[in-house]
Design a protein around this ligand. Structure first.
Ligand code: NAD
Length: 354
């Protein structure tokens, strides 16, 4: 099906309101999820709604929790998300950091105990919109691992995302935002729901042999998702685990920690005000010239043009705002079921979605 962003946002917002979230928080979460769909990341879009509804009902997700500063050493801060909606406490943490960077020029923050933060690029974009450079290294805990280390067949980590954004004066920023797994797990879920295969090189089966069948992540005997970029992607994933998990969150995927079917993100966040370096003009000139230089590259065979990170998301957003957001049948059925579970009647659902 195809649905407009506004309609989808309002529908998902009503689901969270039914689950006793405030209208403001429900709207923020729904808008974040729908923006992920708009930007082409269906893995982190409204398909997450059933998991959020489930986690609110089991008490794992605290719909009214807010971010709280628990350690403050000036340019080093620890902020606890208290298992609130990641979309809310993650943005609140970014706001706290942005405010502090105005005084200190640089802030290194550990943002811990956030229920699923969703698309990490959102927080990078929040900082970059203020003219700041930001870097985010995140781990994911609270449930069984899904990603095997390079060269291994068992699961030891999750999809540990990395994001970094750089402002471009008078233009769109450069935003790198990615899972360190070969593909985001949500994309495997979307492929599984849609009955599609995943690209080669992403999954191994229970014997460690390569497979394109997303079922190995959901049906026994289980396989694993591999890291992107062989040993190098694996190395970055380990650093996300150690900086996001051990340093920021004091909670990694090692088996001594609880796994209760929760989705918890810990985020190591480094935010820099280019002004603090002094030469903002020179920095921005270099950024602009370099981006133009990259864009001037002749496309390789089968490529239409050379882009910088962040552009595919903007292109997807322009397209989906104009033409609607496609949602596959299984994902939609899951969201409708979550709406019913939250207490919306069939008539209300139909009214909200047609
Ligand atoms: P992806 O592979 O689609 O894109 C990764 C990056 O590559 C993006 O910055 C994109 O702009 C860039 N890119 C893509 N094509 C490009 C091209 N042709 N030229 C230049 N740059 C290009 O993203 P992904 O790895 O599937 O991650 C999807 C989302 O999942 C991200 O938003 C991430 O934050 C999120 N995620 C969240 C969690 C969590 O626990 N909260 C975990 C994993 C992933």
């Amino acid at each position: 099906m195809l649905i407009t962003a506004d309609k989808l946002t309002h529908f998902v917002e009503q689901i969270f309101v039914q689950m006793d979230a405030s209208q403001t928080f429900a709207h923020e979460v729904a808008a974040h999820l729908v923006e992920a769909n708009l930007k082409g990341h269906d893995s982190h879009g409204i398909g997450m709604t059933p998991a959020y509804v489930h986690n609110i009902s089991t008490g794992l997700l605290k719909a009214d929790a807010e971010a709280e500063v628990i350690r403050d050493n000036g340019a080093v801060m620890v902020i606890d998300g208290q298992f609130g909606f990641g979309q809310v406490v993650g943005r609140q943490a970014a706001d706290i950091v942005i405010e502090r960077v105005k005084e200190t020029g640089v802030v290194c923050a550990g943002v811990r105990n956030c229920h699923h933060l969703g698309r990490i690029g959102t927080y990078a974009e929040h900082c970059v919109n203020q003219g700041l450079v930001s870097l985010h290294m995140v781990n994911v805990v609270g449930h069984d691992p899904q990603v095997s280390p390079w060269g291994g067949r068992e699961r030891r980590m999750t999809t540990n995302p990395f994001a970094c954004a750089v402002p471009v004066a008078g233009d769109d920023p450069v935003v790198l935002d990615m899972a360190t797994s070969a593909v985001a797990l949500g994309k495997v879920r979307v492929a599984y729901n849609a009955g599609n295969q995943v690209p080669e090189g992403a999954l191994v089966d229970h014997e460690g042999a390569p497979t394109t069948n997303p079922g190995v992540m959901y049906e026994e005997p289980f396989g694993a998702l591999g890291p992107f970029g062989k040993h190098k992607g694996y190395g970055l994933a380990v650093m996300c685990e150690l900086l996001g998990g051990a340093l920021a969150g004091e909670w990694t995927a090692q088996p001594g920690n609880e796994r209760t079917n929760h989705i918890v993100n810990h985020m190591f966040m480094l935010v820099v005000d280019p002004e603090a370096f002094g030469g903002v003009e020179k920095f921005q000139t270099e950024v602009k010239e370099m981006v133009a230089y990259l864009h001037s590259t002749t496309p390789a065979k089968d490529f239409d043009k050379v882009r910088v990170p962040g552009e595919p998301e903007r292109e997807s957003m322009a397209d989906r705002l104009a033409n609607g957001i496609p949602i596959d049948e299984n994902t939609w059925a899951g969201v409708v079921k979550a709406a019913q579970r939250a207490g919306l009647t069939a008539e209300q659902i139909s009214e909200l979605t047609t």
